[in-house]
Design a protein around this ligand. Structure first.
Ligand code: ADP
Ligand code: MG
Length: 714
């Protein structure tokens, strides 16, 4: 019996969900338990300190060093009361994962005695060794110094695990030379740029009250869960997060019965655990459901300000990863864990609002008459049109190359879906002032016992990468594993650019000159309407049509990344103070390196599995066949397997050779090019042979858990 078969029988024998006393830990009373939130701040800080801290958190006052010792003291008392022994600065370096280094509160005072200590300095600033994080050439290995700086806008929290509690301080990470080495700093800078120019536009519309404009984010997170006992026998899942081999399961997702289907007990136990832990961390987990592919699920939180929501999404992903093993599951966040069925994305719901609560993307009942809404809407449309190439680049990585444009996710062409109501208003506006808005009406269901439903003015479009959905945009092309800071940074910066241009134009216009405004807005429509698309984004015709319209269609990461080195990109990021040229090119360097490393790990792993698992299983099967009494059928199979075994050996050699070629390419960008042209096709060719073998070799000899098991046995 192979280890795979032992795992399968183990699952059959022990298919139970972990149970817990869920009513004891229901929602409201545990919410925010692990967060140093406003109430905890009030309790642990003196009144003047509390007030000053709140004003900084709410964006009304710059950071004041004078209060940090007092704040640190309160934070320490709160953390110790909750059992914390250590504290850590928590940040998101360019690895794309979070980073933390724990220090204990204990400080020896001699004589075998110790006190707990946590100073303002400990709270505000940390000094991790910057040389071991990717810097894209900004830091040489010997230039080690880097700093973390407390980000007051993101709440301090506790990581509570069965074996310890750690006080966790969200921070930004910079090099000794002051350059951003993380995802957070550019995001915060982009928020400020957008906020500044949005306010200028608002002032023209007569808003003198709002003090700040910021963006909100609600990321819908897709993921897979598979049984851990099976997954442990897939080195590809363990090392690359996706299956590099695997013949299609006889049954896939074609019955369409998984999406929103009943949630299995074991999965619900995981989801319940997840929600509870997230609530404790003040993360507003809201929605959970089965997704389209077997074994695929989704969670969505209520939206939050972008920097907090982006941190929270990192915590969501790591919490999923942490909790899944407790339920005997393995968490898969890769964009395409399985070939032939849907992969996972992250729909980033995004809007702009003022500090006094106005959603600037809320059309109201009659969008045609809502000039301010139209102005902000058009600013976003222009941003997507003018900066489509860098938006595409912001979501590019190796995992996404398996998903974008694969008829389950948006194409690699950036376009905006508005829906019929707004499309109509925008068409009117192109000619002059818009005079009417279409309305939804009622939906009669044909049975008197059912209510009449008010119908939205607009249908949805699930093939659009960037869709307007009522009072927000949904950037639907983001990858499931991506930290969302970078796509949000690029979007904010692109919109800041549009708003700045609009504000400049409005500067020359009397307030109340609505005719002048209409002319400006019509101009934006005329210049950018090619990015609007309401049809089927998956269709071939759209690819042809997009080409006619001159929209970029960068299918792979290697096609997409160069947009970040264009003069347009450099100007944009430096003009708005988001990234200097050096910071931008460092980031690009990191993306290239990451792409090549990921592809190379996959190729190594494929060679390893094919050579040491698939080939031996094939040889064993050939041995069995050779022992079987000769017959026409057996001889034919023997011949087929022998041929496939030869093909497998050749394909392994070809893949290794392609990798070798890639390594000799010179620059990392050239290497990436060879990966696309040579290595990936060689790896696919190897997979084709291996997957065919899977359908021929005796099941009891096959070492890798099969798709039918991974997708359905949990
Ligand atoms: P939809 O069904 O339109 O996608 P949902 O209510 O399911 O909308 O919300 C999806 C995500 O969008 C959730 O995370 C939700 O909190 C978020 N969301 C709703 N309104 C906004 C908004 N104004 N800005 C940003 N995100 C929002
Ligand atoms: Mg949605």
């Amino acid at each position: 019996m192979t280890a795979r078969h032992e795992a399968i029988s183990d699952i059959a024998a022990h298919r139970v969900a972990k149970t817990q006393d869920y009513l004891e830990q229901a929602g409201a009373d545990i919410y925010g338990q692990y967060v140093f939130h406003e109430e905890a701040q009030r309790q642990y800080l003196a009144k003047p300190i509390f007030r000053k801290l709140r004003r900084t958190i709410e964006g009304h006052e710059p950071f004041d060093r004078a209060i940090v010792d007092a704040v640190a003291h309160g934070v320490k008392e709160w953390a110790l009361a909750h059992g914390a022994t250590h504290y850590t600065h928590w940040f998101v370096p360019m690895t794309g994962s979070t980073a933390e280094k724990h220090d204990s509160f204990l400080t020896p005072i001699g004589d075998g005695q110790t006190i707990t200590e946590f100073s303002g300095q400990n709270l505000v600033q940390g000094e991790p060794d910057a040389s071991s994080f990717p810097s894209g050439g900004i830091r040489a290995t010997f230039e080690a110094r880097g700093y973390t700086a407390w980000d007051v806008t993101s709440p301090i929290f506790l990581q509570v695990e069965p074996n310890g509690v750690t006080l966790t301080i969200p921070t930004a990470f910079v090099s000794f030379t002051g350059e951003a080495l993380d995802h957070k700093i550019p995001l915060l800078r982009s928020q400020e740029a957008l906020g500044k120019h949005a306010l200028r536009v608002l002032r023209w519309f007569g808003n003198s009250e709002s003090k700040r404009v910021f963006t909100n984010i609600g990321p819908e997170q897709e993921y897979f869960l598979v049984d851990r006992r099976l997954a442990e026998h897939r080195p590809d899942l363990l090392l690359t997060g996706r299956t590099l081999f695997g013949a299609a399961s006889p049954k896939g997702q074609e019955l369409e019965d998984q999406y929103f289907g009943p949630i299995r007990e074991r999965i619900l136990a995981f989801m319940m655990d997840l929600d509870r832990e997230l609530w404790r961390l003040g993360i507003p987990a809201k929605t959970r459901h089965n997704e389209v592919a077997p074994g695929q699920f989704e969670m969505a939180p209520v939206y939050e300000p972008t920097s907090v929501g982006s941190d929270h999404n990192m915590i969501v992903m790591s919490m999923m990863r942490r909790l899944a093993p407790q339920h005997g599951l393995m968490f898969l966040i890769h964009e395409k864990p399985f070939a032939g069925i849907n992969g996972s994305g992250k729909h980033n719901n995004w809007s702009m609002s003022t500090d006094d609560g106005e959603n600037l993307l809320d059309p109201g009942n009659d969008p045609h008459a809502n000039a301010q809404f139209l102005a902000f809407l058009l600013a976003v449309i222009r941003a997507v049109n003018v900066h489509a190439d860098i938006l595409r680049a912001s979501i590019a990585d190796a995992g996404q190359d398996h998903r974008l444009g694969a008829n389950e996710a948006p194409p690699a062409i950036m376009s905006v879906f508005l829906g019929s109501q707004l499309e109509d208003v925008i068409e009117q506006l192109e000619q002059g002032p818009a005079s009417a808005s279409k309305h939804g009406g009622d939906l009669e269901l044909g049975a008197t016992s059912l209510p009449v439903l008010p119908k939205d003015a607009t249908d949805r479009n699930r093939t659009s990468p960037f869709a307007f959905t009522g009072n927000k945009f949904e950037f639907r092309a983001v990858g499931s594993s991506a930290p969302i800071y970078w796509p949000q940074t690029v979007l904010n910066t692109a919109v800041a650019d549009s708003l700045a241009q609009l504000a400049d134009a409005l500067d020359g216009l009397e307030p109340s000159d609505f005719e002048g405004l209409t002319t400006i807005l019509s101009g934006i429509v005329k210049e950018n309407k090619q990015v609007l698309f309401g049809g089927n984004g998956y269709s071939e015709e759209w690819h042809a049509e997009a080409e006619r319209r001159g929209l970029p269609n960068n299918r792979t990461t290697v096609d997409a990344l160069p947009a970040l080195e264009s003069p347009k990109a450099k100007d944009l990021f430096s003009k708005f103070g988001v990234l200097s040229e050096r910071e931008l090119s460092a980031r690009l360097e990191i993306y290239w390196e990451r792409y090549v490393k990921v592809q190379n790990i996959e190729a190594n792993c494929a060679v390893d599995i094919a050579s040491t698992m698939i080939l031996p299983a094939t040889a064993r099967y050939l041995g069995d066949l050779n022992k079987a009494p000769s017959s026409r059928g057996i001889n034919a199979i023997c011949e087929r397997v022998t041929g496939l075994a030869d093909a497998l050996v050749d394909a392994i050699a070809a893949l290794e050779q392609a990798q070798h070629k890639a390594h000799e390419a010179g620059s990392v960008q050239a290497e990436a090019g060879v990966f696309v042209k040579k290595v990936i096709p060689a790896q696919e060719a190897l997979r084709t042979v291996a997957d065919e073998l899977e359908t021929v070799v005796a099941d009891d000899l096959w070492p890798l858990p099969k798709y039918r098991e991974l997708l359905f046995q949990y």
